[in-house]
Design a protein around this ligand. Structure first.
Ligand SMILES: C[S@@+](CC[C@H](N)C(=O)[O-])C[C@H]1O[C@@H](n2cnc3c(N)ncnc32)[C@H](O)[C@@H]1O
Length: 262
């Protein structure tokens, strides 16, 4: 069943004035129809309001306040698994290609820790939310936040397509495909239910890994549910396991310092 996203006229005007790309085919309506699953609205920025999931907060990207700001101020530094998996505990001057940008949380942590991060996202609504999060952060008055954002760049599409005709600059390719639906015992967090309902499962994670392993990158990192099989059934060089997730690290070549200008 296709996910139906309605667009509120105020959100359309907001997107136009903030140079945010929206898909052309979103129905414009002040009042959503019964069959709509989501509506793009403006609530301190562009936000996606779920309409069929009960009382759930709208989905938006917020680098200025909320969980990511908290993680920036009080989070775990380069000893976090995601940072160690990418090699940031050994070398800060890394360029990482995040092939599955989503809401930009992992990318933000990596950029905060010093990496240049090129993000790629193929879902047009997720891409629009991320574009807006970047816009609001770069226009905030927080100079530190602006410095982090200056190391982040967003592209729309899919890495294998985008890099068909241009060379890969990044040394590390990061892959975090949407997990398959979880069992009741391991239910996704409430705030992520709407994200799952919007995007669905990414069934082509193995193809993305195959591309990444052949891309010339020095290292490929895949985030997986802790107990899930490896993508492509290919054993990594090593793994870092946390409570819910695991990072499979394919160390292909030695990492060397690289410019973090994006
Ligand atoms: C699990 S989420 C990533 C979450 C992200 N790591 C974060 O920290 O917010 C997966 C995202 O990757 C996107 N995606 C999956 N495969 C992709 C591909 N081949 N190219 C571009 N985007 C992809 C999905 O649309 C989805 O938004």
């Amino acid at each position: 069943m296709a996910v139906k996203v309605a667009l509120h006229p105020v959100a359309q005007a907001y997107a136009d004035s903030h140079a945010i790309d929206l898909p052309d085919d979103l129905p414009l309506r002040s009042q959503p129809h019964a069959e709509d699953h989501f509506q793009l609205v403006v609530a301190d920025g562009l936000a996606l309001q779920p309409l069929q999931l009960g009382k759930v907060n709208p989905l938006k990207v917020d680098f200025v306040a909320g969980a990511l700001a908290h993680r920036r101020l009080y989070g775990g530094g380069v000893q976090q698994d995601v940072a160690k998996a990418c090699g940031l505990h050994q070398l800060r001057e890394l360029h990482i290609l995040d092939t599955t940008a989503g809401l930009g949380r992992d990318a933000f942590v990596l950029a905060f820790l010093g990496a240049a991060v090129t993000m790629v996202e193929r879902h047009p609504v997720v891409h629009a939310l991320l574009q807006d999060g970047i816009y609001r952060a770069t226009h905030s008055e927080d100079a530190d936040l602006q410095r982090i954002l200056s190391r982040m760049q967003l592209q729309f599409g899919s890495a294998p397509e985008l890099y068909r005709t241009k060379p890969l600059v990044a040394q590390v390719v990061y892959i975090d495909p949407m997990f398959p639906p979880r069992t009741k015992a391991a239910k996704v967090k409430v705030d992520m239910q709407s994200f799952h309902a919007l995007v669905g499962a990414d069934d082509d994670g193995s193809a993305l890994l195959a591309w990444a392993l052949a891309s010339g990158a020095s290292r490929v990192v895949v985030k997986r549910p802790r107990l899930a099989p490896c993508l492509l059934d290919q054993e990594p060089s090593h793994q870092l396991s946390g409570k819910a997730n695991r990072f499979d690290v394919y160390a292909l070549r030695k990492l060397t310092a690289q410019s973090t200008a994006v």
